[in-house]
Design a protein around this ligand. Sequence first.
Ligand code: NAD
Length: 340
Amino acid sequence: MTKTYKIAALKGDGIGPEVTEATIKVLEAVEAKSTFKLNFLYGEAGLHCIAQYGTNLPKETLELIRQTDACLKGPMTTPEEAGAPVSVAVTLRKIFNLYANVRPCKTFPNVEALKPNLDFVVVRENTEGLYSGAESLLAPGVGVALRIITHDASLKIADYAFKLASQRRKHLTYVHKGNILRITDGIFKDAVKEAQKNYPDVTVDDMHVDAATMQLIKKPEFYDVIVTTNLFGDILSDEAAQVTGSLGLAAGANIGEKYGMFEPVHGSAPKYTGMNRVNPIATIMAGSMMLDYLGEKAAAAKIENAVIAVLKEGKVRTADLGGKDTTSAMADAIVAKLKA
Ligand code: NAD
């Protein structure tokens, strides 16, 4: 019997619709040559919803997501005024307990990177830390934000990262600021050491976040799997995206025990909205990660191989890769490889 996956598709704001539509074209091209079906259910979320719904995550969208097997999410613009609706991505990660944010950092052929042949993964705790949303004004000009770190969430992310490292080059680096954040990062460090007991074959390194960002520039090949708390992981993964090529190529997965949400690492880049200019590959690779998560490993690999083939050929290049081609030209080139 043909397997059908229900996919929540949230196009988002800014460049979101362009990169999400490009990805859906690619997913439909791979679906046409596979035995499974993809049933896209389109939901509204993001800044553009606030005027109509009074929120950036309408309850209709949440209900739609609950019916699906996975979510393909375009980037969304988050208003920055105090009291405005909080980030949709952060809200969805919490509601669905998508505790692992997994961001592969890999060089592509023919794409300028700081060093050749890099291949590592940033695994970021995705539900707490400085993204807990517990922020308040104590007095005019005096604010506090709570950095919530729990043993349970730290152990879960550490175990996820060790499992991944044990399937790769068996090297894990845990990144923290335990010299300053002694209690919160003390809890994180203890959880990593507890998880380590189950993975004796994995070599472990311990690094302060400031040293880790420096090392990412100086010797990125040192890393295999990096595991860290929420904000440190967000910063390190954008840096890693540029070290390995471009933010326009970097994909991320938000994985929980029962659900997965897939999105580019980048945001909604509002200044490029509607210009058909940005690179859709980050979102297309997120689509590939989604198929892998659903168990469709061959189809996921087909997308990755098509992306690699187009980049290797070097005929179609978006502005971030030093070219002049459009978002849709890049998507069409990848689709053409999948149809060949
Ligand atoms: P951004 O990632 O949107 O853009 C930073 C810069 O990166 C862009 O100006 C552009 O030069 C480059 N860039 C981004 N995507 C690219 C692509 N596909 N191809 C080529 N170049 C690309 O970051 P920002 O400016 O900090 O944030 C803009 C908005 O996005 C904010 O409202 C922020 O809250 C939101 N955001 C959302 C998410 C999400 O939905 N998960 C993630 C990050 C930022």
